[in-house]
Design a protein around this ligand. Structure first.
Ligand code: TRP
Length: 428
């Protein structure tokens, strides 16, 4: 039975973007350079992520505002018990920190029932940056752990509607991005990749689900959820249904037949508005609500006030960067939590909460003991800024190099196999 909180939080009518009106949102955006006094200074929606704090968005407050649930020790313990292995370090370290209905997914696993994974990428640039890997790392780990099918949506349509991009170019970028995704080693027998601008013409079931979803949501509701206004183009207003449709298993009849299979979506938390809408609509169409696993944002090199962005060359380490570029970018731009002089640093120590090199290590240095050593040494001032940056460079460089080697092997023929409309092979 749904409790009151659930009704308030899940009801599309009750949902406003960030729980605020558009005016309030704009006002909040306008004050992001001002002092951080309350939670209004964090702006989190699918298009904007900013915080006035050097430490980044206040995620505890965000959980409350979005009405999601924290991934707590109890959930992690249950996760580990059911899967029989330790959770991924991104979950353990709280970088995936929030969820909706993850318990139901674990219960399915307990009962030996299946579910599927759904994630995606909006192709707005030819090259991905290291932050883009995060949801795909966890997705791959979940797929390996649970032996379940995975669908990956490339929202090339979204990027045409939101960016100054031609259809043809968005499709091309989507394919380039898909090569990076495939290079992470997804099992082709269990993984289906599709781009909206082409797949929909081949799969009437998807368009039919989009229309079913669009019939359930009014303009008022999308205005409330996404902040759309009267002068937004109509493509934007209809688009959320295209991101929602893959959360209904009947969008892929060639994979699921007419089974109503449960869906788990790993994503960064800025995508949550789409899935709040989806969760509201799904039961009305006879489907289970999708479950969600939310990540924090990957900080820009300049600091966690914004996230790494593919449209700002200096904010990000790209998967195409050379070792030299990686070193230069991190040394030059990575926001430091260190003190202004070595003497002061030795005396008072550095601040790992705002230090971007340290944050990079939290995402990419798998060795827990080593990470903890670094945290202590940097906080005490025993480790200097130059040293922590060096470690970040040494950690990231081989990951990028290995990625480049793996990506070279992803030819167009290899990629086409993932795009092929076909049944997938998985579990029971
Ligand atoms: N809108 C997302 C982006 O801009 C792409 C996306 C589509 C997605 N479907 C998704 C992300 C499902 C996470 C989960 O990147």
């Amino acid at each position: 039975m749904a409790d009151t909180k659930e009704i308030v939080v899940e009801g599309v009518e009750a949902l406003t973007l960030n729980g605020k009106t558009e005016e309030a949102k704009e006002a909040a955006a306008a004050t992001t350079t001002g002092a951080a006094t309350d939670d209004d200074v964090d702006v989190v929606d699918p298009w904007t992520v900013t915080s006035a704090n050097d430490g980044g968005v206040d995620y505890e407050k965000l959980i409350k505002r979005f009405g999601s649930s924290k991934i707590d020790d109890e959930l992690i313990a249950r996760f580990e018990k059911i899967t029989g292995k330790p959770v991924h370090h991104l979950i353990k370290r709280g970088l995936f920190f929030s969820h909706r209905d993850l318990h139901s997914i674990l219960t399915l696993k307990e009962q030996g029932k299946s579910f599927y994974l759904y994630t995606g990428r909006g192709p707005s640039s030819g090259s991905l940056h290291v932050g883009h890997l995060v949801p795909f790392f966890i997705t791959k780990w979940l797929q390996d752990t649970f032996d379940v099918p995975l669908v990956i949506q490339l929202t090339d349509d979204e990027k045409v509607l939101w960016k100054d991009l031609k259809i043809e170019d968005a499709i091309k970028m989507g394919r380039e991005n898909a090569k990076d995704i495939v290079a992470l080693g997804f099992d082709v027998n269990k993984t289906f990749i599709f781009n909206n601008l082409e797949f929909m013409g081949k799969c009437p079931a998807m368009y039919q689900n989009i229309i079913r979803i669009q019939r359930c949501v009014t303009f008022n509701q999308v205005k409330g959820i996404f902040g759309f206004g009267d002068s937004d183009i109509i493509g934007k207003i209809g688009f959320p249904a295209a991101q929602a449709a893959p959360a209904l298993s009947s969008t892929f009849p060639f994979i699921f037949g007419n089974r109503k299979t449960a869906c788990l979506i790993p994503c960064a938390i800025d995508q949550d508005p789409y899935f709040r809408m989806t969760r509201d609509v799904a039961p009305r169409l006879g489907f289970p609500k999708c479950a969600l696993l939310h990540s924090t944002f990957f900080p820009a090199l300049q600091g966690a006030k914004t996230k790494m962005s593919a449209s700002d060359q200096n904010s990000a380490v790209f998967l195409t960067d050379t070792p030299k570029q990686i070193k230069n970018k991190i040394n030059k731009y990575a926001f430091s939590g260190g003190r202004t002089t070595v003497e002061e640093h030795r005396e008072f120590g550095g601040n790992t909460e705002v230090d971007v090199a340290y944050q990079l290590l939290r995402f990419f240095l798998e060795d827990d003991a080593k990470l903890e050593e670094v945290r202590i040494a940097y906080t005490k001032g025993e480790m200097l800024t130059g040293e922590i940056k060096k470690l970040a460079v040494e950690t990231l460089t081989p990951i990028v190099e290995q990625h480049q080697a793996a990506r070279k092997l992803v030819t167009d023929e290899v990629l086409d196999k993932y795009y092929e409309i076909r049944p997938l092979k998985f579990g029971s």
